[in-house]
Write a protein that binds this ligand. Sequence first.
Ligand code: NI
Length: 403
Amino acid sequence: MDRLNPSDWIAAGEALLPEMIALRRSIHLEPELGLHNPKTTAKAKAAIAGLPLEISEGPSTSGFIALLRGPANGRTVLLRGDMDALPMHEETGLAFSSTDDGAMHACGHDAHTAMLAGAAKALCARREELAGSVMFMFQPGEEGHHGARYMLDDGIINPLPDAAFALHVSPNVPKGTFGGRAGPLLAAADRIEITVKGKGGHASQPHLALDPIPVACEIVTALQSLVTRRIPAFDPVVITIARIEAGTTNNVIPETAELEGTIRSFSESSRALARDGVLRIATNIAAAHGATVEAEIIPGFPVTVCDSKAVALAKAAAVSLFGDGGWLTIPSPIMGAEDFAYVLQKVPGAMVMLGATPEGGDFRTCCGLHSNRMTIDESVMARGVAMHCAYAEVFLREGFGET
Ligand code: NI
């Protein structure tokens, strides 16, 4: 099987750029939240209509798998693009800004969907030269909705591919550069919900009430001691109480105080230490003061762990396409979270960042992902397609370098 020239994939990406920009802007204009993104799904399907792809859908999401079937004895690689937006108001001033006040594509998933559709076109055009099959995973519900897990549970990623790969644009990575790292890339994210229950009363007579506010404050500070005293320093955890709410006025002791926050971690062992510690501290500090708590840790995404061979393949692909400057090794994990983690729990693979600093912006200071002013340079989508294609082509032919 002949090896394609990297410049073929670069040319394919550039040729597809105008239609990817049109698709991305159309999705940006009408962002959708959660597990069901029917308009976005329809636009993605229209973009790949007529291609030799087998579509699989499940009941839990509007997502779908489009399979480009290769030789029966070949490998299968999964390429993923997420589709959903964030519940926030857009302030970019772009001509194609969101028409929905309560939703915005502030995480670049509009570009991810457009790049995946572009990669489907480019790979279908060269299908005779591919040594295996490609699964294109169009996935809703990434922003905290566990869309990837639902698609796995629906059984539409079946049989499991041999490798998986995802791209994520970022304005805060140098433009056009691919960035990744072997091992943990993004954190596990669990949600903390604690309600301290005391007894309401007059603020002048606290001894006749049971004030939940000092108890809640002790819990917040004790959680920071938990992080530094009980969690190994080389397996970091962040615990942040991001919301604290109690009381209605200055002279009433309320009955309850609510705390809400997040745990970020990079291993299942530290995750468990933090989870158990939060529950233990909340329960026992409350008990020490004669109060009670309702405390719950709601599991979020697991750690996003990139396979070292998959990252090596991504690096080699980036360098073959764009030279040494095409790759940047990200020195340390990022405390954000990502539901591609569910796919990477089952299939070796990598998520790679793609620098998309907007024109005139500085990657160090420009508005980042999830900002109401986040914009990208759309031209990098051409590189994204080249990367998807080169990664798939090389993996299907050579695997992760095994003989
Ligand atoms: Ni995202």
